[in-house]
Design a protein. Structure first.
Length: 114
C-alpha cells in the first residue's frame, strides 16, 4: 500500500508541476499577445502617419507644377462711323487660366473674386 501511495503522490506532484507549467505558458501567451497587439497598433499608426506625410508631399509636389492666373478680357464693339473705324469697350470679363504641367489631373479648383 505504501507503494501505491508513493505512486499516487508522485502522480499528484507531477500533475501539479504540469498545471503550473500550463498556467505559466498561458500567462506568457497572454503577455506576448498583448505586446504584439500594442506593437501592431503602434506600427499601424506609424504607417498611417508615413502615408499621410507621403500623400501631402505628393500633393505639394504636384501643386508646384500647377499655375493659375487671372486676366481681364475687354470686349470691344465697332462703332459705325463713315470714314472712321472706332472700337468701343462694351464690357470686360475676368478669365481664370490654369496650366497643369504635372502628370496628375487637377479636380478641385475654387475661384473667388473680390
Amino acid at each position: 500500500m505504501t507503494e501505491v501511495s508513493t505512486l499516487e503522490l508522485a502522480n499528484v506532484v507531477l500533475n501539479a508541476i504540469i498545471a503550473l507549467a500550463t498556467v505559466a505558458t498561458l500567462v506568457w501567451a497572454i503577455r506576448t499577445t498583448r505586446e504584439e497587439l500594442r506593437s501592431s497598433v503602434e506600427d499601424r499608426q506609424q504607417r498611417d502617419q508615413d502615408r499621410a506625410q507621403e500623400r501631402e508631399q505628393d500633393e505639394r509636389r504636384q501643386a508646384s507644377h500647377v499655375v493659375a492666373w487671372v486676366a481681364q478680357v475687354v470686349n470691344y464693339d465697332e462703332l459705325e462711323d463713315p470714314g472712321r473705324h472706332h472700337l468701343v469697350a462694351i464690357g470686360a470679363t475676368r478669365t481664370v487660366y490654369l496650366h497643369n504641367a504635372s502628370s496628375a489631373p487637377v479636380y478641385d479648383v475654387k475661384v473667388r473674386f473680390r
